[in-house]
Design a binder for this molecule. Structure first.
Ligand SMILES: Cc1ncc(COP(=O)(O)O)c(C=O)c1O
Length: 461
């Protein structure tokens, strides 16, 4: 047995050892992937939008924990709230939790309409699992309708309704009675709802985050709501990425005054400090499902509602409201989006810029690789088809110290979702950096070629 690290040693561990630990104990391929683009850095400090490496070099985090950092890194108010409850029992399921009760109360106050009863778990996928189970038990029906290119998580239930084959195909058989329709397509939904009496719920994201930041047509959610009502089918909204101020409203469904039957939340709910996922629903739905002593404990989670996580939820919701982060997201998002939109006409590489609030995606056209492809035997084209977003993200990271990433279901899109506390100056820096990268299109290919000669070959081996 190797000697065990203590926490002080773990905090001082050098990069070679980190990579070795990942190779030996976590995910060897991930080491390769991050090193390929030179993404991996030794970050030792994080504060709001800025993370700092061991040499004191500062980076702007415009990835924002995939939407988990709406109030920025290490927000003092959240850490203090968690610290305040440190002497309370964090886990004591034999008794009702006071802090949990307050967090659930607060969530019901900010949630739209009559969404009042919630279940707290530990991640987004767990919130979705709870929601689809709830829809089946409450309706006594089986089918779940979901959207193509959706992303709801990677545990079995959520994966079964995540519309990308790449993630599903190795894990069959998935959950039965799940059927997909195109996102934003009302006629397809009508047809599906007319086709069966056995549909429990329709699940969708108000804006598809991992699908490439896809904003549906105006009025789409309202029409989905009306159709679900007409057919007696529950509407589940996955606001895990769009919720808690991100799109310029507390929840994205507020833009259309739509109240779902079940809403899923996670990510920023724990303030970027504690892992929390939750669904919230209407009392009559919850009562139909679990409203008896016999059924009360059918869906539970050991860590769900623990005192520290609940304290983080309380502090997060208060912070979002007190600092008016939804309004901040709306105003800054509009400023950011307007400026980025002008790139669509200016640069061939930029296919489309889209989003709402501070959830923004830039989709790229595949560039003409020309000479580079000849040199690399077609590898540059092959690489850029799947990793163009990653190449831009790599350039932003290494040349401009800006952290972003591509979207999981559409690698031709990079996402910009900084903390809602980002400054205009920081937004301007990102706009100017992107402008430079697009102006110097060949710079992007220089970068590719730097990697292409060795790394791309490794990658396809
Ligand atoms: C819309 C949406 N739903 C669900 C999830 C899954 O959340 P988690 O990774 O916490 O399980 C994500 C994660 O990106 C998401 O964006």
């Amino acid at each position: 047995m190797d000697e065990l690290y203590n926490i002080d040693q773990a905090m001082e561990i050098d990069r070679t050892e980190v990579a070795a630990n990942y190779k030996n104990h976590i995910n060897p391929s991930m080491v390769k992937m991050l090193q390929l683009m030179n993404f991996d850095k030794n970050f030792v400090k994080a504060d709001n939008v800025t993370v700092t490496d061991e040499k004191g070099k500062e980076y702007l985090d415009f990835l924002g924990g995939y939407g988990s950092l709406n109030m920025g890194h290490n927000r003092k108010e959240i850490i203090e709230a968690v610290h305040k409850v440190r002497e309370r029992p964090n886990l004591l399921q034999a008794s009702l939790g006071g802090i949990y009760s307050a967090a659930a109360h607060n969530l019901a106050q900010v949630a739209p309409g009559d969404l009042e009863i919630s279940f707290f778990g530990n991640s987004g996928t767990e919130a979705v699992e709870g929601a689809i189970k709830l829809s089946r038990i409450a309706t006594g029906k089986e089918k779940i309708i979901y959207c193509k290119d959706s992303f709801h998580g990677k545990s079995y239930g959520s994966l079964s309704i995540t519309g990308r084959e790449k993630y599903q195909k190795y894990f069959n058989p998935l959950l039965p009675a799940t059927e997909s329709i195109p996102f934003g397509d009302i006629p397809a939904l009508k047809e599906k709802l007319n086709s069966s009496e056995n549909i429990a719920s329709v699940i969708l994201e108000p804006i598809q985050g991992e699908g490439g930041v896809v904003v549906p047509p105006n009025g789409y959610l309202k029409e989905v709501r009306e159709l679900c009502d007409k057919h007696g089918v529950l509407m589940i909204l996955d606001e895990i990425q769009t919720g808690l101020g991100r799109t310029g409203e507390m929840f994205a469904c507020n833009h259309e005054n739509v109240v779902p039957d079940i809403m899923c939340l996670a990510k920023s709910m724990g303030g970027g400090i504690e892992p929390v996922g939750a669904y919230i629903t209407k009392p009559e739905i919850w009562n139909k499902a679990y409203g008896s002593m016999e059924k009360a404990l059918l869906h539970t989670s050991t860590f769900g509602g623990n005192a520290r996580a609940s304290a983080a939820v309380i502090a997060s919701l208060n912070y979002i409201i007190k600092k008016e982060l939804s309004r901040e997201a709306e105003e800054k998002g509009k400023y950011f989006l307007d400026k980025l939109k002008s790139f669509e006409d200016e640069y061939k590489l930029v296919k489309e810029v889209r989003g709402k609030g501070l959830l923004i995606g830039i989709e790229f056209n595949q560039p003409d690789p020309g000479i580079f492809d000849q040199l690399s035997g077609g590898l540059v084209s092959k690489f850029s088809a799947e990793y163009l977003g990653a190449m831009v993200a790599g350039t932003l990271n290494n040349d401009y110290q800006i952290i972003t990433a591509y979207t999981l279901n559409n690698p031709n899109v990079i996402r910009l979702e900084p903390p809602l506390t980002v400054s205009y100056e920081q937004i301007d820096y990102v706009i100017n950096s992107l402008n430079q990268i697009f102006q110097n299109n060949s710079g992007l290919f220089n970068l590719t070629m730097k990697s292409a000669s060795t790394a791309i070959k490794n990658f396809f081996q």
